[in-house]
Design a protein around this ligand. Structure first.
Ligand code: NAD
Length: 256
C-alpha cells in the first residue's frame, strides 16, 4: 500500500512537464493519492489537461489565483466531488519580466502588487478556503520558496521580497490552522530550469554557482523536490509545521 493510499490532493501550479508541481504530482500519485489539477489560463488548459488525464485525474479546473470567484469555484467543486481534502500543493509565483532584471529599487508599484498578489496572497486565499475541507484528517499544505528570500540574488528582486513574505505567511498560517489539525510548510528549492525560472535574467549563472559551490556539487532536480514534498504531504512529517525545508544540494549552509 502506498504512503498516500486513497488520499485526496489538489495541485496548483502545473504549466508543463518541467513544472515542479508536475514532479510532485507524479510522486504523490505513485504513492496512491487521487489528484485534482488547476490551470491558470486558457493557453495552459491544453497543456495541463492531457497531463492530468495521463494519471487518470478527473478533476481539472480553471484557477487564476487573482480571481476570488475562480478559487471559490475550485473548492466548491472539491467539496461536491470529494467532500474532503488531504493535500494542497501551492506551486505558484509570478512577476512581470521587466521586474526580474536591473535594480530592485526600480520595482514599479503595479509590478510589486501583482507579484505579491499572485505569489503570496494566493496562499492565504487558498488556505482559508481549503481549511474546512482539510480539518481533522491529518492534512497538509505545501508551498515553494527560494533562497532569494533571505539573501540578495541578482535580478531576483521583487520575487525575493515575495518569498520572504511567503515564508512569513507560512508561519502565521501554521499558527492559525494548527489547532484544527492541518499543517503547512515550505520547500526552499534550489534553482531548476522551468518556465518561471527562465523569466529571471541571468538564471544560467545561478545554476553554475550552485554546481560549483554547493556541498553536493550538483544542481537539484524536480524529483529531489518531489520527494521532500511527498514527505511533507504524508504522515511521515506529522509533527512538522511552519517550517522551511531546503532542497538545494546544501547551498544555503555555505559561507566563505
Ligand atoms: P512553472 O512556471 O512551471 O510554475 C509556475 C506556475 O505558476 C505556473 O503553473 C503558472 O501557471 C502559475 N501561475 C502564475 N500566475 C498564476 C496565476 N495568476 N494564477 C494561477 N497560477 C499562476 O515554474 P516552477 O519553477 O515549477 O515554479 C513553481 C514554484 O516553485 C514557484 O513558486 C517558484 O517560485 C518556486 N521555485 C522555483 C525554483 C526554480 O528554480 N524553478 C526554485 C525555487 C522555488
Amino acid at each position: 500500500m502506498g504512503l498516500l493510499q486513497d488520499k485526496k490532493g489538489i495541485i496548483f501550479g502545473v504549466a508543463n512537464e518541467r513544472s515542479i508541481a508536475w514532479a510532485i504530482a507524479k510522486a504523490l500519485r505513485r504513492e496512491g493519492a487521487h489528484l485534482a489539477f488547476t490551470y491558470a489560463n486558457k493557453t495552459l488548459e491544453s497543456r495541463v489537461k492531457p497531463l492530468a488525464e495521463s494519471m487518470g485525474s478527473e478533476i481539472v479546473l480553471p484557477c487564476d489565483v487573482t480571481v476570488d470567484g475562480e478559487i471559490d469555484g475550485v473548492f466548491d467543486t472539491i467539496k461536491e466531488r470529494w467532500g474532503g481534502l488531504d493535500i494542497v500543493i501551492h506551486s505558484i509565483a509570478f512577476a512581470e519580466k521587466n521586474e526580474l532584471k536591473g535594480m530592485f529599487m526600480d520595482t514599479s508599484r503595479e509590478g510589486f502588487r501583482i507579484a505579491m498578489d499572485v505569489s503570496v496572497y494566493s496562499l492565504v486565499a487558498i488556505t482559508r478556503r481549503a481549511l474546512p475541507l482539510m480539518e481533522g484528517r491529518g492534512s497538509s499544505i505545501v508551498t515553494l520558496t527560494y533562497y532569494g528570500s533571505e539573501k540578495v540574488v541578482k535580478n531576483y528582486n521583487v520575487m525575493g521580497v515575495c518569498k520572504s513574505a511567503l515564508e512569513s505567511a507560512v508561519r502565521y498560517l501554521a499558527s492559525d490552522i494548527g489547532p484544527r489539525g492541518v499543517r503547512i510548510n515550505a520547500i526552499s528549492a534550489g534553482p531548476v530550469k522551468t518556465l518561471a525560472a527562465m523569466g529571471i535574467s541571468g538564471f544560467r549563472d545561478i545554476l553554475d554557482v550552485v554546481e560549483k559551490k554547493s556541498p553536493l556539487r550538483r544542481n537539484i532536480t524536480q524529483e529531489d523536490v518531489a520527494s521532500t514534498a511527498l514527505y511533507l504531504a504524508s504522515s511521515l512529517s506529522s509533527g512538522v509545521t511552519g517550517e522551511v525545508i531546503y532542497v538545494d544540494s546544501g547551498y544555503h549552509i555555505m559561507g566563505v
